[in-house]
Design a binder for this molecule. Structure first.
Ligand code: ZN
Length: 119
């Protein structure tokens, strides 16, 4: 009995492990949210980079800088960046109650803020 049951249990465990591995690999799809910003799975650690001066690993922050001082160009990605909370007509501070939502594609829109007067 053991000569038959032992291999059956071993094969069952091996098949279950291979199936679980295949299932976990299929969950890895880095571009599944494209063109929206990718979302890191819960518990994903920050990227680390070695500091040349100290030799220690440091966490790399994820800056999403809309405006830079280095040039006059603005890198704006719809769905990733948000417009600043200023009115797009008069550049006064925007009222969160007034905005125009432009739908780009399904699940992706651009919110354009306005002040109370311009709305
Ligand atoms: Zn305005």
């Amino acid at each position: 009995m053991t000569a038959i049951l032992g291999p059956i249990i071993s094969l069952t465990i091996a098949i279950l492990l291979l199936g679980r591995r295949k299932w976990m690999r299929n969950r890895i799809q880095p571009n599944c949210d494209f063109p929206l910003a990718p979302k890191r799975p819960a518990g994903t650690p920050l990227a680390m980079i070695r500091n040349a001066e100290t030799g220690l690993l440091e966490a790399v922050p994820r800056p999403v800088e809309l405006f830079t001082e280095r040039n006059d160009w603005i890198g704006f990605q719809i769905g990733v960046n948000k417009l600043p909370a200023v009115c797009c007509c008069c550049v006064e501070s925007a009222d969160p109650a007034f905005f125009y939502k432009q739908y780009i594609i399904e699940g992706l829109s651009l919110t354009i803020p306005f002040c109370r007067y311009c709305a």
